[in-house]
Every structure is written in structure tokens, then in C-alpha cells.
Design a protein around this ligand. Sequence first.
Ligand SMILES: Cc1cc2nc3c(=O)[nH]c(=O)nc-3n(C[C@H](O)[C@H](O)[C@H](O)COP(=O)(O)O)c2cc1C
Length: 361
Amino acid sequence: MLPWFDNNWRPLYLAPMAGVTDSVFRRLCKEQGADVCVTEFVSADGILHRNLRTREMLNFRAEERPVGVQLFGADPKHMADAAKAVIDWVAPDFIDLNFGCPVNKVVCKHGGAALLRDCPLLERVALAVVKAVEPLPVTAKIRLGWSQEMINATTTAMALEQAGISAVAVHGRTREQGYSGVADWQAIARVAETVSIPVVGNGDLRGVDEILLRLRSTRVRGLMIGRAAMTSPWLFRQARRFLDHGEMVPDPSIEERWSHILCHCRMAVAETGTEKHAMAAMRGRLMAYSKGMPGGRSLRAELQQVSSIAQVEAISRRHLAWFNSENVAEEGLVFEGPESFSNSISSAPGRVGEASHFASS
Ligand SMILES: Cc1cc2nc3c(=O)[nH]c(=O)nc-3n(C[C@H](O)[C@H](O)[C@H](O)COP(=O)(O)O)c2cc1C
């Protein structure tokens, strides 16, 4: 029913991330090789109240397809009506149901991960939406369970399959964990072994090697990449190339990274219309990009204050001049991994001078 699983294809999804996976970022990730995108989650009630901000979050361009709109809410009728309204407004390729959001504001209204504690209601929500929008496919995204004591992803996935859900993405953490600890891929594998609908595995995929490992060692039918895409959106291209042709694509050069970052800034400004506004919103994104760069800590100090594209261009020129003059790459300066700011070059022995040199240059 979902054509991107046909012929044993293993799709790479861009994970929905509120405040991150807007239309501009989805387009950039699609260009890099992401197969399927999902919007940031939107509230069913926001849709029914015709909230303008919610309406804007639904917009996408043709090149983002296949794209799903992710809804959250706990009232079956509201969810079904909202899904129908979404289809009338923007005609997505599928509807995705959020049963994993750990945020208190959502959970206290019984939405997101709260439904993992109420499987009958979760099933009713899923069934109501499936019936309301058929033949359009409906997918769902869940966590392993509410807490370590309440791991129930397998029974939840079975209930979703029963309700007519076409595929389920499983984030290998519990609600209680939030984003801490590590994703439990054995638990994801158990879900993939149990249900017949495609299971998309999600959690801590940061490199081609991990992507291969998870595809080879589990029966997941696709993978979903979240935070690593914020730092290294080219991971999609690298993974796809390896999966299709067995070839390793090297990481982009610093010049290519800056070119990508500036392209993202320009697209964001073009989309928003106001440079100051767009660039203020881009600061978090620039922080994420800088995680993969040498001199990241100094870069972050500069990037978190930008309010124009010209400022980012000037920072990129200084950074490239510093990088090339110090022969940083040849000296084997550590590139930060995507996972942690604390893995900064300034903490590596003998690197403090280089980092601060860039800051003051
Ligand atoms: C900033 C941020 C926003 C997120 N927003 C959503 C969301 O709107 N809907 C959703 O289902 N998951 C959301 N998530 C969870 C991600 O989709 C994903 O499950 C999680 O980050 C684990 O994958 P990763 O280790 O590849 O990042 C969000 C995660 C982050 C970091």
C-alpha cells in the first residue's frame, strides 16, 4: 500500500522534528537522498480551529513528496475530522499519527506517548483515522512504551496493524527516557519480527555503518534519521549510495559544508520573507551544523548571534581562511561527531590555541 516499500526497497525517512523539519529542511534532505518526509507534528485541535500557524506548518512543495502530515491528539473523532481537513487542504501522500511525543504539554492532554498507556484508546484513534481517510494510507510513530516497566511496543504495533495502519515507525526509547540513554534496537527488532506491516526503525542512527548494521541485523523495512540529519544531512546520500552501489561517499569538504549552510540560510530567508526573523530562527540550525566542523566551539559562539546572511558569509570566509592557513585538516584536527557539543576540539589536547585563534581572527 505504501509504494516506497515495494520490491524490497529500504526507504530512508527524515524523522519528524518540531521546529526543525520545516519545508525548507525537508527539501534539502530530499535533495540529499531522503526517500520519505513527515511534517512536524500538528495538533488535531489546531487544525479544527483553523489555527493559522498550524495551517502554515502543513504546507509543502511537490518535490518533498512522498510526504506525510503528522497529527497528534487523543479524541478519535477530532483526529478523524482533522485528517480529512488536512487531505482537503494539502493532499499529503499519507497521514502519520504521533504516539510518541514525550512532552508534558502533549502528554497531559492524553496525546503523543500518553496513548501508549491506553492501548484501547490508541487503537480507536487509529481506526477512526484509517476509516475517515481510506484509501489514503495512515502510518504511526511510537516509542517502546511509557517506561522501562511498561514496554509494550509489540502489542501496540499489533493493535495498530489490526486497526489498518500501513506502517509503524518505532523509536527505540521509552517516554520516560525522553532522548537520554541509547535506543534499544533489540526491542525494535522484536516488533519487526512480530507484525506483518513494515516497521521503520528509529534511534541514534548517525553513520552509514550503523545504518547497515541495523538493516542487516533486524527485519526493519526502513530507517528513520532524526538528529544526525541536522548535523549531517548528506548522511542520506552516503547511506543511499552504499545501499544501492556499495560505494562509500566521503564526508563533504569544509567548503561544501559552508556552501550547504549558506544555501539553507538563503532558502530560509526566501521562505520567511524577513531576513532578521529567518536568521534568528536559523541559529539553532547553525549550532547543529557547527557540531560537525573543526573549531566548532568558537564557531558556535559567533553563529549564535547572527541576524543576516552577510554575517554568516563573513564567518564562513574567516573560518575557511583559518582552516586553510592552519592546515587543520592535514594536521588531523578532530572533526566533531554529531552526537555531542562536549566533543569539542577545544577539549582535545593541544587544540585550545587553534580554536581560540579562529575566534579572534
Ligand atoms: C527537536 C526534536 C523535535 C522532535 N519532534 C518530533 C515530532 O514532531 N514528532 C515526532 O514523532 N517525533 C519528534 N521527535 C523525535 C524524532 O522524530 C526521533 O524519533 C528522535 O529524535 C530519535 O531519532 P534520532 O536518534 O535519529 O534523533 C523530535 C526530536 C527532536 C530532537
